[in-house]
Design a protein around this ligand. Sequence first.
Ligand SMILES: Cc1cc2nc3c(=O)[nH]c(=O)nc-3n(C[C@H](O)[C@H](O)[C@H](O)COP(=O)(O)OP(=O)(O)OC[C@H]3O[C@@H](n4cnc5c(N)ncnc54)[C@H](O)[C@@H]3O)c2cc1C
Length: 383
Amino acid sequence: MATDPRIVVAGAGIGGLALAQALHRHGVDVSVAERDRSPQTRGQGYRLHIDPDGNDALRRCLPPAVLDLVRDTSGVSGDRIAGYTDQLVEVMAQEFPDPPESEITNVDRDTFRAGLLTGLGPVVRFGTAVTGFEADGDRVRVELTGGSVEADLLVGADGVGSAVRRALLPHAGIQDLGLRCLYGRLPLTPANTALVPPDLLRGFSWAGLGPLGVGFAPVRLRTKVNGVSDYLMTTFVASPEQLGVDDGQLLAATPEHLHRLALDGVAGMHPTIRTLFDRSDPSSYLPIALRAARPVAPWATGPVTLLGDAIHAMPPTGGVGANTALRDAADLAECIIGAVADGRSLHDAVAAYEAVMLPRGFDTVAASLDLARRMFGTEIATG
Ligand SMILES: Cc1cc2nc3c(=O)[nH]c(=O)nc-3n(C[C@H](O)[C@H](O)[C@H](O)COP(=O)(O)OP(=O)(O)OC[C@H]3O[C@@H](n4cnc5c(N)ncnc54)[C@H](O)[C@@H]3O)c2cc1C
């Protein structure tokens, strides 16, 4: 019987926070342990595309005031995606009708995360990593930096490098797709905006040949908060060999060094591409490795489960990783809340969640990989 269960969530990322919002809102005892010392500790990226599934999940998870805040601080919708050669010759374009004003279509990642933290207060403990767990029947002892806590359920929402997944499913593998992205921002000041071809301000654009390429996407916030201004997200994608640095060097590189690597990489591309990278903010650059989870078979349900990138990490092609993490959060929250309300077993609630989450998650990984192969060409590593 699930009466007053205690839920511990590892990771205050997108999925973990959406789950915490939904459980907290329904009076379930939930706490979130986040490894980073604060939300500002680590740049995690810039623009996220939010699709109709993500919108639906946000509506199911968030209290109305938090949903309003997230919507009000989201980005103005674009109406186009396009592909170009590295000399900016258009090879494909697709236009979209305007979505309803109530729909969230893109967010600045840090602003979004700040919105998802609203009202959670002491529910989230920053600077507290989950280091392991010991399951015993229906209960779990969660090991944290600086102590341990007993719970009825541990949810690993701790991202692609998940410590919870490594302990629960040591056989689950993550494949390196052999591509690295250098992400930065071009502030959309009036002078910089004048340099951007108007079509590049209308949505996501990719320009390149095979795995070497650049991406652009604008974030124009409906309401500006926390000093964030409108920007054009810039990304340079290449293999470590093309970049000429190994992963150790990439991780140790300063943002300014990453900016120089991106500038070297676009040297042979169209002058407008070179200008946009040249004018982008050198201090904004961060590196990301493209990875994907290998499919795992269902496991015996117990007092530990997983959501989001912790179980089904995927490359950003398709822009569905965060949306899938949000769907997991909404489904798991509803299973738990329903079990608590009816006095049903938490075990069965988690089993019902996993039966939906696992095939959906890995279908989405497969679709994202397929898109990555088409976008970057056949050279993409899948071993
Ligand atoms: C460049 C890029 C662009 C993307 N664009 C899109 C997009 O447009 N749309 C989209 O839907 N998806 C996109 N994605 C994917 C999306 O970012 C992820 O799928 C999403 O963030 C997954 O959410 P999550 O909650 O599972 O994990 P995360 O958001 O990664 O959160 C995990 C959290 O766990 C914390 N943590 C890690 N280890 C521990 C530990 N041991 N203990 C406690 N806490 C821990 C981390 O610090 C982090 O805060 C993109 C990804 C990348 C890399």
